[in-house]
Design a protein around this ligand. Structure first.
Ligand SMILES: Cc1ncc(COP(=O)(O)O)c(C=O)c1O
Length: 328
C-alpha cells in the first residue's frame, strides 16, 4: 500500500515532504493549450489512473485517484473507482451489464443488505423494468442444487451476493458459488462490505466486480459516506468509468482525502473490531438472558453455520454479531 501511495504523492507534489495526499478541490483543471486539451480528452478513457491531464473533477480528481490506488492495493486489483455512497457503487456495478434490449436476466441473492433489495425493487424492477431474479436462503443455508437449477434455467448475466450477509451474517460458501457461476458463464459481483479485504479478496479468487460501502469498515469513523467499485477486467471497468462519469457518481475530494487518512488504520481497526466482537460474543453466549448468538459461523458448534471450508476460515471471525434476547 505504501509504495503506490508514496509514489502518487511524489508525482503530485514534487519536492514537498507531504505525509498526506494533497487535497485538490478544483472542479476543473487548467490545460496548457488546445493540443493538450485534445490529448487529454482523447486519453481520458485509456488512462483512467494516470496522474497527468486532469480535466474535470467529475471525470477524475488527483486526490480521489490517489485514494483509489490505496484501495487497489487493499483489494489486490488493477482498478478502483470511488463514488459518493455504497448504493452508488451498486448502481455503477450493475449498470455496467445493462445493454438495452440485449440485457440478460440478473440474479441476486436475497440475503443481502435491505437497501440493496429496495434498490432492486424500486429502481431495477419498478423503474428500469429489468428481468431480475432472487435466490433465497433456506433457514440460513444456501441450497446449491437450487442455485444450479436457477443458473441453468435463467442463464443470468451476473450473480450478486455478499460473502458475509448483512444483517443475518450468513457466511456464503464463496468458492462453491463462484465455481457454479463460472460453469454457467455467469459473471460475479460481490458486495464485500462485510467481508472486507482483510478477510477476503474476491477478485483474487475470480470475482468480476467487487463493491464496498466504504461508509462502513473502510472509513470506520462514521463521518463520511463513500462507495467503491473494484475490478480487474479493463473492458468492464471502462464501462464502469463511463457510467460513473455520465450518471454523475463521484466522491468529493474532501471525502476522498478523509477516507485516505482513515484507510491507513483499516487493518488495525478491523482486527480490533473482530477481537471485540469475539469477546462480546463469548460473553453473551454464556449469559442467562441470551437465547442465541450469531457470530458469523457460531462460536459454539452450530450445525447450520459450520460448513466453512478451511481455505476461507477467516470469514468466521468478524466484527459483527447478532444476538437474540430471551423474553422474561
Ligand atoms: C452490505 C452493504 N452494502 C451496501 C450498503 C449501502 O451503503 P451506503 O449506505 O454507503 O450507501 C450498506 C449500507 O449499510 C451495506 O451494509
Amino acid at each position: 500500500m505504501l509504495r503506490l501511495y508514496e509514489s502518487n504523492i511524489l508525482t503530485m507534489k514534487k519536492n514537498i515532504n507531504a505525509s498526506h495526499t494533497p487535497l485538490y478541490r478544483e472542479a476543473g483543471f487548467n490545460l496548457k493549450d488546445s493540443k493538450t486539451t485534445q490529448e487529454a480528452f482523447a486519453e481520458e478513457l485509456d488512462h483512467p489512473h494516470e496522474p497527468e491531464n486532469y480535466i474535470y473533477s467529475r471525470y477524475r480528481n488527483p486526490t480521489t485517484v490517489a485514494i483509489e490506488q490505496q484501495i487497489m492495493e487493499l483489494e489486490g486489483c488493477k482498478w478502483a473507482l470511488l463514488v459518493e455512497t455504497g448504493m452508488a457503487a451498486i448502481d455503477v456495478a450493475v449498470s455496467v451489464f445493462q445493454k438495452g434490449k440485449d440485457t440478460r436476466p440478473w440474479l441476486f441473492f436475497h440475503e443481502i443488505y435491505g437497501g440493496t433489495n429496495s434498490f432492486i425493487d424500486t429502481v431495477l424492477i419498478k423503474r428500469r423494468n429489468l428481468d431480475v431474479h432472487r435466490f433465497y436462503a433456506n433457514d440460513g443455508l444456501y441450497d446449491f442444487e437450487e442455485l444450479e437449477r436457477m443458473l441453468k434455467e435463467i442463464q443470468p448475466e451476473f450473480l450478486y451476493f455478499e460473502a458475509v450477509s448483512n444483517p443475518m451474517l450468513i457466511v456464503a460458501d464463496v468458492k462453491r458459488i463462484m465455481e457454479l457461476a463460472k460453469q454457467y458463464d455467469c459473471k460475479i459481483i460481490v458486495d464485500n462490505t462485510f467481508g472486507t479485504p482483510y478477510l477476503w479478496k474476491p477478485l483474487v479468487d475470480g470475482a468480476d466486480l467487487v463493491i464496498h460501502s466504504a461508509t462502513k469498515y473502510m472509513s470506520g469513523h462514521g463521518n463520511i459516506t463513500a462507495g467503491v467499485i473494484c475490478g480487474k477486467d479493463e473492458e468492464l471497468m471502462k464501462e464502469a468509468i463511463e457510467y460513473r462519469k455520465w450518471a454523475g457518481h463521484f466522491l468529493s475530494p474532501d471525502d476522498a482525502y478523509r477516507l485516505g487518512t482513515q484507510l491507513k488504520s483499516f487493518n488495525l481497526r478491523f482486527k480490533q473490531h473482530c477481537d471485540n466482537a469475539l469477546a462480546l460474543a463469548e460473553f453473551l453466549q454464556n449469559h442467562p438472558k441470551i437465547e442465541e448468538v450469531l457470530y458469523p459461523v457460531g462460536i459454539s458448534p452450530n450445525p447450520k453455520r459450520s460448513c466453512c471450508p478451511v481455505w476461507r476460515q477467516r470469514l468466521w471471525w468478524h466484527g459483527h454479531l447478532r444476538h437474540q434476547r430471551r423474553i422474561g
